[in-house]
Structure formats: C-alpha cells, structure tokens
Design a protein around this ligand. Structure first.
Ligand SMILES: [Fe+2]
Ligand SMILES: [Fe+2]
Length: 271
C-alpha cells in the first residue's frame, strides 16, 4: 500500500477523535512532575551513561510476550490521556492498525512499541522511561512539552550544548544524534535485528513529538530521516488517537497477539 493512501486511512480513522495531549488541562496527577524531573536530568552525560549501562543488552533474557505481560502492571505517569495499564494501550494501538488493513509488521509495531518501558522494572524512574523525546547536545526546542522546565538543566548553560546545532553538523542525520533516554531508544536496540527498517525507525522515534508534530529539528535530519518520518507520522495517529479509557478484552484478543509476537520473536530476547 502507498504511503499517501496510508495517510488518508489514518486521517479518516482519527476524524472524530477527541483532543489529546492537552497538558495544561490533564487530570492525571503526576504528569507535570514526571516532565519536571525529565527536563532537569536529561543531559548529554546522563544519556551517555545510560547507553553504557543498557545498550550492551545484558540486563536479562526474556520473551517479548513476557515483557508485554509486565506492561499490564505499568501505568505511564507522563501520559496526559490514559490512566489504564500499558497492555491496554498496546492492544488498542494494534487493533486500530489492524482495523485499517495495514501490514502485519505494523500491527506488531503497534503492539510492542512501548515494551521498552520494561526499563522501569530494572529500577529506572518514570522520567527516564517515559515522556516525549528530544535531542540532547544542542538547544532544547521551545516546542517541547513543558519547555520552561528545562531552566534547571545544566546543559542549558553549557556553551558546547546550547546553540541551535550544538555538537552536531547541519543535516548530520539522527543516527548521529543523542536522544533523551527512554523506552524508544532502548527497545530499538533490543529488536533491531528482527524487524523491517521502517518498524525499527518508528520504534526509535515514536516519542519525538517536537519533530513529528513541529518539524523543530529539521536542521539535524538527513534526507533519509525526512523520508522515514512519514512512517513515524502515520504510526503516531494510531499511538495517540486509539487511546480510550475502556479496557480491552485481553483474554479474547490474547491468542492472536501471542501468536503474532511469537512469529517475529520465536526465542527469548536479550534485554
Ligand atoms: Fe511510547
Ligand atoms: Fe504508545
């Protein structure tokens, strides 16, 4: 299916969706505090330390299904729209993608895209697991949610890091860019050898709202990134607008999704 028709379907799907990401009026209690801590502590040094700690993928070995089952116990404190556990969000996203007739690999991405939130089980605080992502090592865009809360981030007053390009060359490509640490980057490294290129890219950048909603970092993107972001934008409609405070029927849907996960990830993964 062509991407243009994919966009049309996604646009129809969300036509009647209610407003999302209203951070100013959310009734969820911990959202602003989670972002406050995120914006203070996400620095170049912090991100590098987390890469060193987690990217060797030596935490544990477990199946993707086991990771998804853990999400049944996890509620995202950075999400202004949903207070249900993450397994409901995973299946709501996948079901919306399936309903619109997208390929199987994209349904799978819908199901697993937030499985990196397993970081919380390894002892990471919510602010280092959830929240929108953004580049570190260059100026923080004022399109980032709760931008004013960066005032206490030490990189904001570091001359190496606080210019528009910071430590990066113009249009260097996101592969060269350090993103704030969280579930996106982590899961990308766990699953990258098992999935198509578009699936890997969606997982890695699905929380990069300053770019996919505001094009705030065009000066760091390569031509390749610009093309791949069409997939992230398509996926985002399902990630965001499938959220409903109505629990899915897990027992009914589980056999299909368990079989799907086991098709792509037949063996336990290194986490
Ligand atoms: Fe996510
Ligand atoms: Fe999500």
């Amino acid at each position: 299916m062509q991407k243009t028709s994919l966009f049309f379907i996604a646009a129809c799907c969300i036509a009647n969706a209610g407003q999302k990401r209203d951070y100013a009026h959310t009734t969820r209690k911990n959202v602003q505090e989670t972002y406050r801590l995120n914006h203070i502590h996400q620095t170049v040094d912090f991100v590098r330390s987390k890469h060193k700690q987690y990217l060797p993928l030596q935490q544990t070995k477990m199946t993707m299904w086991e990771a998804l089952e853990y999400l049944d116990t996890f509620v995202d404190d950075g999400d202004p729209d949903l207070g249900l556990s993450q397994i409901h969000h995973a299946i709501q996203t996948a079901e919306a993608i399936k309903k619109d007739g997208h390929p199987e690999w994209l349904i799978l991405v819908g199901l697993i895209h937030d499985a990196g939130k397993i970081l919380y089980r390894f002892g990471e605080p919510q602010w280092a697991v959830v929240c929108d992502t953004f580049p570190v090592g260059c100026a923080f865009s004022d399109t980032i949610v709760y931008h004013e809360l960066f005032k206490d981030n030490p990189d904001r007053v570091n001359a190496h890091y606080n210019s528009r390009h910071g430590i990066y060359k113009n249009c260097c490509g996101l592969e060269q860019v350090l993103m704030s640490w969280g579930h996106d980057e982590y899961l990308y490294h766990v699953v990258k050898n098992y999935l198509p290129e578009q699936a890997q890219y969606i997982i890695r950048y699905h929380s990069f709202y300053p770019q996919h909603q505001h094009s705030a970092y065009d000066h760091l993107l390569s031509v390749y990134d610009q093309q791949m972001f069409d997939w992230v934008k398509l996926f985002n409609k399902y990630d965001l607008y499938s959220k409903e405070e109505v629990a899915v029927d897990l027992e009914k849907l589980k056999p299909y999704y368990k079989a799907l996960v086991e098709k792509y990830f037949p063996e336990p993964l290194q986490w």
